[in-house]
Write a protein that binds this ligand. Structure first.
Ligand code: ADP
Length: 483
């Protein structure tokens, strides 16, 4: 089977969130499973310098974008056997300080940038020396691809065009632009209707994908159910319900070659379930780095996240104000809303011995926080899958999560199954409910045999890509077999 994946971010070449981790790991896992895999992604600033194996290809791009033509080049990298990454180089669009925004404001030409990228994906699918059977696109940035393919297949003479699969990593981001942006697609006007790319008079890139893809997946079974409801559907629940028979929830996997507690280049100490001395050392070193008193017997809680409404930072702040009087410490790594950034910095100033906040994006520190913490807080309002709770399990930082989306699918609370319990769940979206969950964690911390039991379940939980890959291959097969 031959598959072309497309994503606006891929770890280790670019990343703002979980999307990058998932697409990078999926591409590698599919190639390992014997598929021929291509992966299209923009060539952002600094990538060529950092990965010298990336080289120019013979493929050239010269595509219409509304009333003008835009040129680009294709660079490529043989990443793994059976896996080639195609980097689209278009310096005006992609050589910038950020991927989608700078200083909190989206780039005003994001429609141009990602309509162009979507067209490049279709162009690649058509002119690569190997023709994919299926194009698998991820999130709104490439949501127009299924519509472009549908058009190519039905009206533009490419009858053998590949089938399409869209994965929704987060329905909160849909790529909605003014109606005028639709002209950038150079598609006939009659696709701009409520069963296609139109959404309340504007262009909605994700909706174009939902209405036109042969297969739709999302990143956890529970989120697949949630997005069919008005509360979680972001205005697209109706459209999703209409496509329900083609919608599947597949829980993301974890790349354990990257997220590991032994031989991890970002950690100073290795550790394992049977020998947690290295974890204690990571805790002391993290406390030092974050400017907190070093105390191995004080429970340390952590959070790494984009500081946006989704992640529950508001209830986290409220719960911490209530709980920091207790014998505990808290560290945060995050960036996003300036208001939330300031609130966490203020909290750290108010409780200098108890709380520390690092504002920014820091990949090595994210590994050290997972390794050094006893508990990991993830109080999301909604969470399509969530990766950090799965990373925390492996690093022995017991996750405290709100029971939503993938958090509910991946964490087992003691009230659900004492034998298998690996984390603490709470339900109500409130500081009070989260504070109560933190109190349970403090009790757990004071009972070493029970904490060991949780750690054993957590660290041995297996979310490896083998299962996830098999599920994707299965739905690809079924999609290709369907008429
Ligand atoms: P989302 O994709 O919604 O941001 P996930 O939990 O699925 O949430 O994935 C987030 C990923 O981004 C994790 O790998 C996490 O460690 C990483 N991450 C988020 N914020 C930061 C940050 N400030 N510094 C380093 N890594 C971060």
């Amino acid at each position: 089977m031959k598959v072309l994946l497309a994503s606006s971010e891929v770890h280790p070449y670019s990343k703002t969130g979980g999307l990058a981790d998932v697409v990078g790991a999926l591409a590698k896992a599919l190639a390992k499973a014997g598929l021929q895999v291509g992966l299209a992604t923009p060539l952002y600033k600094g990538v060529l310098e950092k990965f010298p194996g990336i080289h120019p290809s013979d493929l050239r791009i010269d595509l219409p974008l509304g009333t003008r033509r835009v040129e680009g080049e294709v660079f490529q990298l043989e990443w793994e056997p059976g896996l080639t990454v195609y980097f689209i180089r278009q310096a005006d669009f992609f050589h910038r300080a950020g991927l989608y925004q700078e200083t909190g404001a989206d780039y005003p030409d994001n429609a141009e940038r990602f309509v162009f990228f979507s067209k490049c994906v279709v162009h690649l699918a058509r002119y690569l020396p190997w023709q994919p059977d299926l194009i698998h696109v991820h999130d709104w940035q490439v949501g127009l691809v299924p519509l472009l393919i549908k058009h190519a297949k039905e009206r533009a003479g490419w009858g053998t065009a590949p089938k399409t699969c869209l994965t929704i990593h987060n329905l909160a981001y849909q790529g909605v632009f003014p109606r005028s942006a639709y002209e950038l697609t150079n598609l006939p006007e009659d696709y701009f209707h409520s069963g296609g790319a139109e959404f309340y008079g504007r262009m909605n890139c994700l909706k174009a994908g939902i209405t036109c893809a042969d297969l739709i997946t999302t990143v956890s079974p529970r989120y697949a159910r949630e997005i069919l409801t008005e509360a979680f559907g972001g205005g697209l629940d109706d459209v999703l319900r209409q496509r329900q028979r083609s919608l599947v929830g597949i829980l993301n996997g974890v790349d354990y070659t990257e997220w590991k507690t032994t031989g991890n280049p970002f950690l100073n100490n290795s550790f394992a379930l049977r020998n947690l001395r290295g974890k204690d050392a990571e805790k002391l070193s993290l406390q030092l780095t974050m400017g907190l008193p070093q105390a191995s017997d004080r429970p340390l809680f952590g959070n790494i996240s984009r500081l946006v409404d989704q992640k529950g930072s508001d209830i986290l702040l409220g719960a911490l104000v209530e709980m920091l009087a207790a014998n505990m410490q808290f560290v945060l790594l995050g960036s996003g809303s300036p208001l939330l950034e300031k609130a966490f910095q203020n909290l750290a100033r108010r409780y200098p011995d108890k709380a520390a906040a690092r504002i920014g994006y820091d990949h090595p520190l994210s590994h050290r926080i997972e390794a050094g913490c006893d508990f990991y807080l993830m109080p999301s309002r909604f969470e399509p899958c969530g990766l950090n709770q799965m990373y925390s399990l492996r690093y022995g930082a017991i996750p405290i999560v709100r029971a939503t989306g993938g958090l509910d699918d991946s964490i087992i609370d003691l009230t659900e199954d004492l034998e298998q319990a690996n984390g603490i769940k709470f339900y109500e979206y409130s500081s009070r409910a989260l504070a109560k969950a933190i109190r349970k964690a403090l009790v757990l911390y004071d009972r070493p045999p029970l904490l060991r039991h949780f750690r054993k379940n957590a660290m041995s939980a297996d979310f490896s890509w083998d299962r996830t890959t098999a599920e994707y291959v299965d739905v690809y097969r079924r999609t290709l077999a369907a008429a």
